[in-house]
Ligand binder design. Structure first.
Ligand code: ISE
Length: 337
C-alpha cells in the first residue's frame, strides 16, 4: 500500500484525495496539508479516519509514514515543495505546471538528476485519455504518413474574472503544448499568437479568443484555438493531418437525441467530467509504477519543455511576432532511461 500525503486541498487537491481514496487500487491518503484551515479539514474528511492534518507542507513531506506526495498547491508554491520532497527522496505527483518559471524548472531538474532517483511525475492527464492515445497509436502505425499539421481547439464555457491573457497559455494551452509534443514526438522551435475579434464576454485583462501557433523542428505546424468564454461547453478537439490521411480524435460517447426535427448530443462542461477517466488512469499508473521506482508519465523535463514553450507564447502575445523556443540545456540522459 502506497501511503500518500496530499499538499493542497483546494478543488483539484480534493478531487485527487477522492480519487486516491475511492477509486485507486494500492494507495491511500494518510496525510493532508493546507494553510487554510477550512480546506485542510475538508480534505481530511474526504480521506477518512486516521488522516493526519498539517499546516506546513514540509512537515508532511518529512512524516515517515508518508511514502509519496501529491503537490496540488498553486504553481508558484511548487518549487519549494518539489525540492523538499526530492531531498526527502519521496515519490512525487505534481500537478501542472512544474514551476512558474523555466529557471525554477531547471533547478528542480538538477535536484532530481542529482538524487539519481526518478521521482517526479507531472499531471498532464491528457496523455492518459483514450482518444489522444488512439491518435498517438494511429500516428505511430505509420499508416497515415508523417504528420504535417495539427488543428486543435481548447474551449471552456467561461472563466472567472481573475483569468487574464497570459493564463490562456499557462493555464489552458499548456495542455496542448504537452500533449501535441508527446503525440508527434517532435520539439517546438517557434511560437506566435493571433488575436481574432474579441468576444463581448471577455474583460479588460483578457483577450479572448486567441489562436496559438507552434512550429516543430521538422516543420509540423500546430494551431490551437483557445477560447475560454465560448459559452457552449468544454470542447476539446484535435486533428492530425498527415501525408496519407488525417486522424481526428474521437469525442466522448453520448447518445444522440432526435426531437422536433432536430438531432442533438451532449458536450461536457468541464475538464473533470471530460477527462475523468484520464485523471483516474494517470494516478493509477503512478501508483502501480511506484514499486519499480519508475516514472512512466510526463517527467520534470516535459515540464521544463512546456515552460519554455509557454514563455515563448506569452512573449509572442506581447510582441505579436514569432518567438524562438530553445532549451537552455540538452535533455539530460537521466530522462531517457
Ligand atoms: C484549467 O486549469 C485546466 O486545466 C483545464 O483543463 C483548462 O481547460 C482550463 O482552461 C484551465 O483553466
Amino acid at each position: 500500500m502506497l501511503n500518500v500525503g496530499v499538499i493542497g486541498c483546494g478543488g483539484m487537491g480534493r478531487d485527487h484525495i477522492k480519487r486516491l481514496t475511492e477509486r485507486t487500487q494500492g494507495a491511500r491518503v494518510v496525510a493532508v496539508a493546507d494553510m487554510v484551515d477550512e480546506l485542510v479539514q475538508k480534505g481530511a474528511a474526504l480521506a477518512g479516519e486516521g488522516c493526519k492534518i498539517y499546516k506546513d507542507a514540509k512537515e508532511l513531506i518529512h512524516d515517515p509514514k508518508v511514502d509519496a506526495v501529491f503537490i496540488v498547491t498553486p504553481g508558484f508554491a511548487h518549487k519549494e515543495a518539489l525540492l523538499e520532497a526530492i531531498a526527502a527522496k519521496k515519490r512525487i505527483f505534481c500537478e501542472k505546471p512544474l514551476c512558474t518559471t523555466a529557471a525554477d524548472c531547471l533547478e528542480v531538474i538538477e535536484a532530481e538528476v542529482k538524487s539519481g532517483l526518478h521521482l517526479i511525475q507531472l499531471g498532464f492527464m491528457r496523455r492518459y485519455d483514450k482518444g489522444y492515445r488512439e491518435v498517438k497509436a494511429a500516428i505511430e502505425s505509420h499508416n497515415y504518413g508523417e504528420p504535417l499539421m495539427v488543428h486543435c481547439t481548447h474551449r471552456n464555457p467561461e472563466v472567472g474574472t481573475n483569468y487574464d491573457t497570459p493564463m490562456a497559455v499557462h493555464d489552458t494551452a499548456i495542455h496542448e503544448i504537452d500533449v501535441i509534443h508527446w503525440l508527434v514526438g517532435d520539439d517546438f522551435v517557434s511560437a506566435q499568437v493571433l488575436f481574432p475579434r474579441k468576444t463581448k464576454y471577455s474583460h479588460d485583462k483578457l483577450y479572448d479568443p486567441q489562436i496559438m501557433l507552434l512550429r516543430t523542428k521538422s516543420g509540423i505546424c500546430v494551431d490551437d484555438e483557445v477560447f475560454v468564454n465560448c459559452k457552449f461547453g468544454y470542447d476539446i478537439n484535435c486533428e492530425v493531418v498527415c501525408e496519407d490521411g488525417s486522424i481526428k480524435m474521437p469525442q466522448p460517447l453520448y447518445p444522440t437525441y432526435r426531437k422536433n426535427a432536430q438531432v442533438s448530443t451532449t458536450i461536457d462542461t468541464d475538464c473533470f467530467v471530460r477527462f475523468h477517466d484520464a485523471y483516474d488512469e494517470e494516478v493509477q499508473a503512478w501508483v502501480n509504477e511506484a514499486k519499480d521506482g519508475v516514472i512512466g508519465g510526463p517527467t520534470a523535463w516535459d515540464g521544463y519543455l512546456a515552460a519554455i514553450t509557454a514563455d515563448a507564447l506569452v512573449k509572442a502575445q506581447e510582441t505579436r511576432g514569432i518567438e524562438e523556443i530553445k532549451p537552455a540545456m540538452e535533455k539530460p540522459a537521466f530522462y531517457n532511461a
